[in-house]
Design a protein around this ligand. Sequence first.
Ligand code: TXA
Ligand code: MG
Length: 330
Amino acid sequence: MTTKVTARIYQGTPRNLAMLAKKLQVGELIGVPSETVYGLAADALNPTACRKIFKAKGRPTTDPLIVHLHHIKQLAAIAQVNPTALALAKAFWPGALTLILRKQSCVPDIVTSGLDSVAVRIPQHPLFRKLLKIAAIPLAAPSANPFGYVSPTTAEHVRDNLGNRIRYILDGGASKIGLESTIIDARDANKLRLLRPGAITPEQIESTLGMAVKSVHSRATSGSQVAPGMLSQHYSPRAKVVLHSVLSLDATSQSPDEARLYFAQPTGKPTIHTYWLDSSGNPQRAAHNLFAQLRMLDEKGYSILHAEKAPDGPYAAAINDRLERAAAKT
Ligand code: TXA
Ligand code: MG
């Protein structure tokens, strides 16, 4: 792997979009913006192209990819649809919801890690949508980070991490949500299972569909994985993360090697080596800032991050899931 940066960041002009769509059609990889996090996209029906994704990320091929579509009318060609899945799709797409469904035979094994199910999502980001429309192919895209590292929420994050492994990045600004999509296993129309918490909550799904969602996501170890890719250690910055329900100053040392990451700006505390997700503790903004803050603290060279968990409320499950995974690093 060369260290030379080959990636260029492209603005979403009609001309660039047409060029990038062509690149996708001939099997190239593109870093793409989404409302959740940036993805690394390839033609989902081209196994050679999809294999490049695993190589660029250093991702084991046992961890399957999400297939992104432009329109719900493409869904039946990729996955076996049931009435519950359709109701979910109609309620939450385009948006930050990924559905696990039985796959159709056209989906290559490399995309699903040989499983008979496939993950599908229709994203909301306008530029990603334009690219999907012009390319007119389904796009397989995991988050555009090296395997195990924090997901990227800007084009620059993608270039920083994968700049020597890919050539094209589409700039769509900072990802609005900043956390990966909610994943729901909807293979069984009578039993929905939450595999990964995100901005769309089980409560929202339950109130929309009038159907319970069973939470099966867990910080499983590799031995007892509930679903592919649900490894406990994930989204980890280089620094060791120590989690605190309430971050008190006494719980941390004053070493210049250690940073404190509060949920909201603390009052009456020393400001040195002290950071927060959002000054007023707004959960949506905290979620939006989480990954960028973890990256920034890595760049500052801290070796220990004392992070405060999100208090109960919107986004708490998703934020704390990511923090717990970051802290699970051994
Ligand atoms: O927000 C998102 O979901 C972003 C954007 C780019 O769409 N993508 C993303 O992809 O987070 P990735 O690959 O980082 O996470 C997808 C997760 C992985 O944990 C993978 O194991 C799981 O989805 N997954 C994919 N296919 C699956 C399947 N058939 N069954 C169970 N889990 C699956
Ligand atoms: Mg990922």
